[in-house]
Design a protein around this ligand. Structure first.
Ligand code: GLN
Length: 361
């Protein structure tokens, strides 16, 4: 597709995103996040050949928040292995908000999935046994192809001072024997992970790495194990938008993870990575501009995971062509033999009704 066409699609998507942003609100339960400008918007695309298409504020820094859950999960799968990780955290979508502990308390002895707070705090409790936060930061820089990712001390402190809810989740996890030691350390690791400063561009880069099964598109280095990427993308698709994941998967069809800092990370398999920054959120805590933007991009750039429209249409056209060819062949044989009455039924009826029949010889 010509560059001009991609930019014009991106511009339309951006306009729709801006309209939607007017109806959203920035997160204020972490006071420092309340300082964000709700009108900020940036969209960055990164293709496997390294080409980037960008519009708006794509290099403005903001905290990763829940998008860090993707990186933490990948690392936990690497250091602890899937058996240990999924013995403590389930892989089922949750019908509750990201910071809820109702389901965990009443209906389960494992958090529903690693993309909600209870699941990610559990993942942090496992990870802290293997690596330091600095190692996580380094790894995040690597997989986001962005050496400038920094730690946002102000957001970290702000969240630490207002984290009664996450603290409740931590101690509930301990009461259920899911976290066996160091609740406070686990919460600290988790909150630090949420406070890494990324840009829409770094998220687009992580998106393309995931889209390419863990390969760095620029160097060809395997940054994340293929099998880990497969698990992570599947969980992003089914759980990445919290209790809005099902509808999002149907309407957008791209594995995506959101964060209350306004970020969205999307990985369109084998095609491209998308990073969005828009701190105005919807009622579920997802970037409100993201949905219209991604819906349009998915439709116009054929990014939907299960959209086989083109292939199905092509197959149908090929079948139709073959059928017509076969009809013509049989007509030719019959005419050659001087047998006019043995036309195939469908050809005869179409000729009678005056419909356009097969091409005449
Ligand atoms: N740090 C935030 C919290 O724990 C992350 C939530 C989010 O991005 N949805 O509440």
């Amino acid at each position: 597709m010509p560059k001009r066409k991609v930019y014009s699609i991106l511009e339309t998507a951006y306009e729709r995103g801006l309209e939607a942003a007017a109806h959203g609100h920035v997160a204020t339960y972490i006071p420092e996040l309340g300082k964000a400008d709700p009108n900020d918007l940036g969209v960055s695309l990164c293709l496997p050949d390294g080409t980037r298409y960008e519009i708006g504020q794509t290099d403005k820094r903001f905290t990763m928040q829940s998008i860090s859950k993707v990186v933490s999960l990948a690392l936990a799968l690497k250091y602890c292995g899937p058996e240990e990780v999924f013995s403590k955290v389930n892989m089922e979508p949750s019908a509750e908000a990201f910071d809820s502990f109702v389901e965990l308390d009443l209906r389960s002895n494992r958090p529903y999935n690693p993309m909600i707070n209870s699941g990610a705090i559990t993942v942090a409790s496992m990870l802290k046994e293997h690596i330091t936060f600095n190692k996580l930061l380094e790894y995040t820089r690597k997989v986001c192809l962005d050496p400038d990712i920094s730690f946002n001390e102000a957001v970290y402190k702000s969240e630490k001072a207002h984290m009664s809810r996450n603290r409740s989740i931590g101690y509930l996890l301990e009461s259920k024997g899911i976290i066996t030691s160091g609740v406070e350390e686990s919460l600290d690791f988790y909150t630090r992970a949420c406070s890494m400063n990324v840009t829409a561009r770094s998220l687009a880069s992580l998106g393309v790495v995931l889209a390419m099964d863990g390969l760095d598109p620029f160097t060809g280095e395997q940054l994340i194990d293929r099998r880990i990427v497969e698990v992570v993308k599947t969980i992003m698709l089914t759980c990445g938008m919290y209790d809005g994941s099902g509808e999002f998967a149907v309407m957008v069809g791209i594995p995506t993870k959101s964060g209350v800092g306004g970020g969205l990370l999307s990985a369109s398999d084998d095609r491209l990575g998308i990073g969005i920054y828009g701190p105005a959120l919807d009622e579920k805590g997802n970037c409100i501009a993201g949905r219209p933007i991604l819906e349009l991009l998915a439709e116009e750039l054929d990014l939907k995971l299960f959209d086989k429209t083109d292939i199905v249409d092509e197959l149908r056209r090929a079948e139709e062509k073959e059928r017509k060819q076969a009809e013509r062949e049989s007509l030719r044989v019959l005419r050659h033999r001087g047998v006019k009455t043995f036309l195939p039924f469908n050809v005869r009826s179409r000729e009678k009704s005056g419909a356009k029949g097969p091409d005449k010889e």
